[in-house]
Design a protein around this ligand. Structure first.
Ligand code: ATP
Length: 391
């Protein structure tokens, strides 16, 4: 753990010079909006070749939060990060950092720093020299460079390797050095572009908790780019789900997972079952739907949505929100197609009476026999499991 003094030094300093940040006071962290983006778009190319990489982005990122941009390849995550960093300029719209308009300013005039996917460490410099390099370039006094380097080495637990070259340390250790180098000038905001993608799964998990620890201890706003939904769910305070240059949904991991607003978000975040069902009644933000097999069930409606009676709506239900029961009196009855064992849980692939597919995830708390393919089972839905998606 970073000693309390070091944590306060990181968050409390109020200096500003070149691309260094002002530090962030505890009060600011509790109250502030760090980044405010309004009506922002980015178009690459011109005329017939024009490509809208970002369209009408509106976003507020709070001071001190771990914020994630999540979406499939090509959705515009990196472009948005590069616009915030100042490596790209927006085609339209505004971008404020700590209340100051920065659209048009270059990277050096912004209190942000970036950690790149490939670390970009200088191979001929030692770990310590890499960490202190940015501060040296900013003309900071030698004593300050040395003190901050020592503090950063401690923060990322690399004191013992200060004298090694990047080629003499592992991938995970290189990642730590890249983080320390980016944190050394005390930016207000740290931008991280898929920084864990080059690491193997075990190291990736370790670095995920390392990043969370660093963010909590420094109080710096982290903006993290990933296409990995599990990484986004486990690490973030809030997530913006992007598709085709737009933000489709913004919310906490719980909101994004349990209350996806549209099909793309539901499909992208976690495994999902979709069912198209007719509405038989609507009241108080809820709809009654008729399940295949004739049972009635309640489903939550997205805010403001008012389907007409008889209309077919698309519902989402997560695979862990249904359990196997006897067919008599069950919400749904289905035929088992296959059961796939994953160790911690088993995925049971089913076919409902109306022909729609359904996957149920059962946690393996004890050695329970898998249902045989071809057998008929009942499903009981958890209360509140059904949600209608916005059409
Ligand atoms: P990935 O996860 O694969 O890195 P991404 O979501 O980060 O994807 P971006 O790199 O932001 O996606 O790219 C968004 C879109 O903008 C892509 O279709 C890409 O081809 C296009 N694009 C990015 N940079 C440029 C450029 N300089 N000129 C033209 N098109 C570009």
């Amino acid at each position: 753990m970073l000693d309390r003094g070091a944590a306060l030094r990181l968050t409390g300093q109020q200096e500003h010079n070149g691309n260094t940040g002002d530090g962030v006071s505890k009060q600011e962290a509790a109250e502030g909006v760090e980044i405010e983006i309004g009506g922002l778009s980015k178009i690459f190319g011109q005329g017939a070749a024009a490509f809208h990489a970002l369209s009408d982005i509106n976003l507020e990122i709070r001071t001190g939060e771990f914020f994630t941009l999540l979406g499939p390849s090509g959705c515009g995550k990196t472009t948005l990060l590069r616009v915030i960093a100042g490596f790209e300029q927006p085609s339209a719209g505004s971008l404020k950092i700590n209340g100051k308009e920065v659209a048009g300013l270059g990277p050096n005039a912004r209190p942000v720093n970036t950690v790149f996917q490939n670390y970009a460490l200088f191979p001929h410099m030692t770990v310590a020299q890499n960490i202190g390099f940015g501060l040296k370039m900013l003309g900071r006094p030698r004593a300050e460079v040395e003190a901050t380097t020592a503090e950063m080495l401690k923060l990322v637990k690399m004191e013992a390797m200060a004298g090694r070259k990047p080629s003499e340390i592992s991938g995970g250790q290189q990642q730590r050095v890249a983080l320390a180098r980016a944190l050394a000038p005390r930016p207000r905001v740290l931008l991280l572009d898929e920084p864990l993608s080059a690491l193997d799964l075990k190291l990736r998990k370790e670095m995920q908790s390392e990043l969370k620890r660093l963010q909590a201890e420094t109080g710096i706003t982290f903006i993290f780019v990933t296409h990995d939904q599990e990484e986004a769910l486990t690490m973030s305070d809030r997530i913006a789900v992007m598709s085709a240059g737009r933000i489709l949904q913004l919310g906490s991991p719980h909101e994004i997972y349990h209350a996806p607003s549209e099909r793309f978000v539901a499909d992208f975040i976690g495994d999902t079952n979709f069912m198209d069902l007719p509405v038989s009644a609507v009241e108080d933000g809820r709809a009654r739907v008729t399940l295949p097999g004739g049972q009635e069930a309640e489903a939550r409606l997205p805010e403001g949505m008012l389907p007409v009676l008889g209309e077919t709506v698309t519902l989402v239900i997560r695979p862990e929100q249904a359990r196997l029961v006897e067919p008599a009196g069950a919400d749904l009855v289905a035929e088992v197609e296959s059961a796939v064992f994953f160790g911690t849980d088993t995925h049971i692939h089913l076919r409902l009476h109306d022909g729609q597919g359904f996957v149920l995830r059962r946690q393996n708390t004890a050695e329970t026999p898998d249902p045989a393919p071809g057998s008929v089972v009942g499903l009981q839905l958890s209360p509140g499991a059904l949600r209608v998606l916005r059409s």
